[in-house]
Design a protein around this ligand. Sequence first.
Ligand code: MBD
Ligand code: FE
Length: 281
Amino acid sequence: MLTREQIDEVYDKIVSKESAEAGNPRVKEITNRLLKDLFYAMVDLNITSEEMWHAADFLREVGETNQWGLVFAGTGIEHFIDVMEDQADKEAGIEGVTARTIEGPLYVAGAPETQSYAELENDPEENRDLERFYMEGQIKDVHGNPVEGALLEVWHCNGNGMYSYFDTSQSEFNLRRAIKVGADGKYKFKTIVPPGYACPPGSPTERLMSMLGRHGARPAHIHFFVTHPDYRKLTTQINIEGDPLIYDDFAFATREELVPHISRHTAEEAEANGYEKEPYA
Ligand code: MBD
Ligand code: FE
């Protein structure tokens, strides 16, 4: 078995081909570090030629199916970025703010923008049998003051667990909206209660999860971005209380602070509470 010194010798030979003046320093730094760690792993794990070519084929398939974002979610790589950012906030003394969690691979820019209130469904008729969901809140700075002009982008899947744009059977920007808040910082929206999400069966990410003895499913959730030109961006989600996978998310996105209490009402109760009477079940 190769010693660490022998591995380092091969690594040095390879890296010594890089010109100190040419190239991109950050790409060099990252590539070289990953290469060195990989060489150690190849030796420790006795990685074979067959396994290397199997990896090449798998990596190709992940790219061809546009699943790199899904692999980053399922392997916890995207979650780990949050862990690092949380640590940086803690060290900077930033606290008492809405918790961040991963973006995931299914955001689409350019959703229709409205002022303070949005209805996320393009066509409520196609969701006749689904529960309606109302959410309201306020965008505030760290001092608790409303942030006028903040933009809240919201997106989630439809009743089949599919996201518009990626699911081409849905109309453009279905269940995706951008809400601009006024001086009071308040927003409100109406949509459906989304179901959970599962990696497409037979897809590379789903096969990887099952080879790891894991599932590839997420509890029901709704995604958010909060942006404003003068502030840093917040990327977060809420999880829907009562989902059996609430704390068993394949993408590690659930956080206790992001599971709001949801009150469920019949259509009649909702109407009595001042919501419009739904023509749907
Ligand atoms: C999703 O809906 C999602 O949010 C993530 C992170 C991964 C897969 C599907
Ligand atoms: Fe999602």
